[in-house]
Design a protein around this ligand. Structure first.
Ligand code: NAD
Ligand code: MG
Length: 409
């Protein structure tokens, strides 16, 4: 993997940069299009190569009409006809289904924004890495379930992984890649989510609407629920361990409810460098798109006097056990993080469908992780050496998760 090296894609600011967005109808995807339509790096406008979505065909059609990509892909095969009808008479090619998502990633865009949610984003992101693209990595589940495969593929092909997750983007901005041994620890900040001050009793009856109502960030439903359980910070801990040459025990988490300090790097001399900004994803998205340059964006500006106070506190493991689960899975290594990720995805989907209670998300995820680590489930692989292992670990985590969800009262 190339981290901290100049990506081929940014050569020659005069050339327009071609961008593909995987997951263009989501929160990160829409923010990326907003940046593309208002910003330019070195004065040269962006062009869109491909846009993909899963089921929001109306929005995909509207985006394709506005941005004129060469290709628009809908993940749900049954929606091919609707997409083709909506874009008939335009020069936008259309396709549908999981293989078409991979084809979209393989097309020769300079920059691929990986903004599909969940393990579904893995194959297209791997395809972009395998052809050496610059990748804006929003999808953290990719690294969590297939970290070694993704970093190896990127390394072999000379692809550049540019972190878009705000915490990792912040670390990327202040990490001294020339002297990684001078870094003592990374500190990931966490907002604490909507339930930061809730008791366990109150969380026990938390509704879907309460869980997705994030205090600072407007995001998709899945990551919003992950923020409420703090599994999001757990997944980010794993993500950081793959992105930066720092041992997992030297990656800490600090709750910072204002979401202004996006993360910090402590150096051996006691200096702590941080990146600050308003909680607006268009800033890290722009940074990844323009890197190693910077460009003007429509992002909200930080007014520190208006924020007035920045506060920090340690995470409360007893009310937010998901963070500890992620650390255990990271320390165990092998397939554990992929299994945990899949179990969590199954639980979040069940919670969003009102099929289980909020606190059971972490409880079921823990059960599945324990089972995976016990070695008692014969179909759970121990290590991740191939795509087959990733798929097997993902399937095992979902199967064990679903079984545990069904046995809940
Ligand atoms: P979202 O739910 O708003 O959008 C997800 C996108 O993925 C949509 O375009 C959807 O059509 C597509 N998609 C969903 N399932 C798919 C499938 N099976 N096949 C193909 N496409 C599929 O999600 P989001 O909040 O934009 O988050 C996207 C990713 O970025 C997640 O991994 C999340 O953790 C990460 N992230 C998001 C934010 C944020 O501000 N939203 C911040 C940091 C990281
Ligand atoms: Mg984040």
């Amino acid at each position: 993997m190339t981290v901290g090296a100049r990506p081929v894609a940014v050569d020659g600011a005069a050339a327009p940069r071609r961008v593909t967005i995987l997951g263009s109808t989501g929160s990160v995807g829409r923010n990326t299009l907003d940046v593309l339509s208002t910003s330019a790096v070195g004065g040269a406008a962006f062009e869109v190569e491909a846009l993909t979505a899963y089921s929001n065909v109306e929005l995909l059609i509207a985006q394709a009409k506005a941005f004129r990509p060469r290709l628009a892909v809908i993940g749900e095969p049954g929606l091919y006809g609707a997409l083709a009808d909506g874009l008939s008479g335009t020069d936008v090619a259309v396709a549908a289904g999981p293989d078409a998502l991979v084809e979209a990633a393989e097309r020769p865009a300079d920059f691929v924004m990986a903004a599909i949610v969940g393990a579904a984003g893995l194959k297209p992101t791997l395809a972009a890495a395998a052809r050496g693209a610059a990748i804006g990595l929003a999808n953290k589940e990719c690294l969590v379930c297939a970290g070694p495969l993704l970093t190896d593929a990127a390394g072999r092909a000379g692809a550049t992984l540019l972190p878009v997750d705000s915490e990792h983007n912040a670390i990327f901005q202040v990490f001294d890649f020339d002297r990684p041994d001078r870094v003592r620890r990374l500190i990931l900040t966490a907002s604490g989510g909507p339930f930061r001050e809730w008791s366990l009793e109150r969380m026990a009856t938390a509704t879907r609407a309460e869980a997705v109502a994030h205090p600072n960030w407007s995001m998709g439903d899945k990551i919003s629920v992950d923020s409420a359980t703090m599994m999001n910070k757990g997944l980010e801990l794993i993500e950081a361990a793959y992105l930066f040459p720092v041992a997992p025990e030297n990656i800490d988490v600090l709750v910072h409810p204002q979401s202004v300090v996006h993360s910090l790097v402590e150096y051996v001399d006691g200096s702590v460098l941080a990146q600050l900004g308003a909680p607006d994803m268009r800033t890290p998205i722009s940074y990844a798109l323009a890197w190693p340059d910077r460009m003007e964006t429509p992002s909200d500006r930080l007014d520190l006097a208006a924020v007035a106070q920045l506060t920090f506190e340690r995470p409360d493991d007893s009310r937010f056990p998901a963070l500890g689960l992620a650390r255990r899975a990271l320390e165990a290594g092998g397939a554990a993080t992929a299994v945990l990720n899949a179990a969590n995805e199954a639980c979040v989907a069940a919670f969003l469908a009102n099929r289980m209670k909020f606190l059971d998300i972490a409880a079921v995820s823990e059960q599945v992780l324990n089972l995976a680590l016990s070695g008692k489930d014969p179909d759970t692989p121990k290590t991740i050496a191939s795509m087959e292992d990733v798929l097997a670990a993902d399937a095992a985590g979902r199967r064990l998760g679903e079984a545990a969800i069904s046995s809940l009262k």
